[in-house]
Design a protein around this ligand. Structure first.
Ligand code: ADP
Length: 343
C-alpha cells in the first residue's frame, strides 16, 4: 500500500512539473511572439520611412503590409492559446482516467484480498470441525445419541463446504461458459425444500411462503435457479437478528414470474444497493462483517437472473429490512404438453 502511495505521489509530482513547465513555455512563447511582432513592425516602419513610402506612424498603421503582419500575429497568438488549452484539457482528462483506473484497481485488489481471507476461513473452519468430530469418534466410544449429534454436525459442515465449492464453480462458470438449460423447475416446491433444509440450521427462524398459483413451474437451469434462491434466503437469515422473519412471495401472471424474498434485518443503504451485486463485494459495516461470507452470493444471483433474461432489484422492506425482487419473463413459465392441448 505504501509502495502504491509513493508511486502515486511521484506521478502527481511529475504531472505538476509538466503543467508548470508547459505553462512557463506557453508564457515564453507568447511573449517571444509579441517581441518578434514588435521588432518586425519596427523594422518594416524604418524601411518604409527610409523609402519615403510613409511619413507618420499613423500612416504606417494603415498600410496593407502592417495589417497583414498584425493579422498573422493575432493568428499565432490564438494558436498558442488554443494549443495550451487543448494540452491542459488532455492532461486533465488523462489524469482523471488514470486516477479512476487506479482507484478501481485498489478496490478490486482490496476485494480480492478480503475474498482470499474469507475463503480461507470458510474452507478451513468446516474442515477443522469435521476433523475434530472424526478424531472424537476415533478416541472415544460415544453413546448412540452423541454419535447421531456429531454425525449431524459433520453432515452440516459438509453441506456448507459443498455449497461453497458449488458457488465458486458456478461463479467461475458464469464468467465463461454459462448457458442456462431448459428444465422444468417446480418453483414453489423448490422454495419449500430449501426452507425445510435451512430450518435445521436456523431453528428459530419464521418463514412465510405465499405462492399464487399454489404450484408454480418455470423452465430454466435447475441448479442455477436453486442456487440463486438459496443465496437470497440464506442472506435474509444471515443478515437478520434472531429470530429471523422471512417472507417469500411467488407470483406468476401473463407478463412475469415474480420471486420476492423479504427480511426484517439490517437493511441495505441506497448507496450500497448498487454495489452489492459486484463480485466479492461485502458491505463494510461492523454488523455485516460479523457474518461469514465471500461476497460471491449476490454476484451469482444477479448473473443467473440476467442469463434467464430477468431482472433483480433491491427494495426497502416495511417496516424494516430488505426485499429482493426478481422478475423473470413469463415465457419461462413451464407449460406441460398436456396443458398445451388443454386436456
Ligand atoms: P456474502 O453474504 O457472502 O457477504 P453476498 O454477495 O451474498 O455476499 O452479499 C453481499 C453483501 O450484501 C453482504 O456482505 C451484505 O452486506 C449485503 N446483503 C446481502 N443480502 C442482505 C440482506 N438480506 N440484508 C442485508 N444485507 C445484505
Amino acid at each position: 500500500m505504501k509502495k502504491y502511495l509513493s508511486l502515486r505521489l511521484l506521478s502527481l509530482i511529475v504531472i505538476a512539473y509538466m503543467l508548470i513547465a508547459f505553462a512557463w513555455w506557453s508564457v515564453l512563447l507568447y511573449t517571444k511572439n509579441k517581441d518578434a511582432f514588435i521588432a518586425k513592425a519596427e523594422y518594416m516602419k524604418i524601411v518604409m520611412i527610409a523609402e519615403s513610402t510613409i511619413k507618420s506612424d499613423q500612416e504606417f498603421l494603415q498600410t496593407q503590409a502592417y495589417q497583414d503582419l498584425a493579422k498573422q500575429y493575432q493568428r499565432q497568438e490564438w494558436m498558442i492559446l488554443g494549443e495550451a488549452f487543448v494540452f491542459v484539457i488532455s492532461l486533465v482528462i488523462g489524469v482523471w482516467l488514470i486516477n479512476r483506473g487506479y482507484n478501481k484497481e485498489i478496490v478490486v485488489a482490496n476485494q480480492q484480498k478480503n475474498f482470499l481471507l474469507s475463503i480461507t476461513h470458510e474452507l478451513k473452519s468446516p474442515l477443522s470441525s469435521i476433523r475434530l468430530i472424526l478424531e472424537t469418534f476415533q478416541k472415544r466410544s460415544l453413546k448412540p445419541e452423541q454419535v447421531a449429534k456429531f454425525t449431524n454436525s459433520a453432515l452440516q459442515e459438509t453441506d456448507r463446504l459443498t455449497t461453497l465449492v458449488n458457488d465458486l464453480l458456478l461463479a467461475a462458470k458464469i464468467e465463461t461458459t454459462y448457458q442456462p438449460s431448459k428444465e422444468p423447475i417446480p418453483l414453489t416446491e423448490t422454495v419449500e425444500d430449501i426452507i425445510s433444509k435451512l430450518k435445521i440450521k436456523f431453528n428459530t427462524a419464521v418463514f412465510k411462503v405465499d405462492s399464487l398459483p399454489d404450484n408454480i413451474f418455470i423452465e430454466g437451469d435447475r441448479l442455477g435457479i436453486t442456487s440463486a434462491l438459496i443465496n437470497l434466503i440464506e442472506n435474509a437469515l444471515k443478515y437478520s437478528p434472531k429470530p429471523a422473519n422471512i417472507e417469500i412471495l411467488l407470483r406468476s401472471n401473463q407478463q412475469n414470474i415474480i420471486i420476492e424474498v423479504a427480511d426484517q434485518g439490517l437493511g441495505i443503504s441506497d448507496r450500497e444497493k448498487k454495489k452489492v451485486f459486484e463480485k466479492f463485494y461485502r458491505v463494510g459495516s461492523e454488523d455485516t462483517r460479523k457474518t461469514k461470507g465471500t461476497g460471491l452470493g449476490l454476484f451469482i444471483v444477479n448473473e443467473i437472473v440476467k442469463a434467464h433474461q430477468g431482472k433483480i432489484i433491491i427494495l426497502d422492506n416495511e417496516p424494516k429490512g430488505t426485499r429482493f425482487r426478481i422478475s423473470l419473463p413469463a415465457s419461462l413459465e413451464f407449460k406441460s404438453e398436456l396443458e398445451h392441448i388443454n386436456i
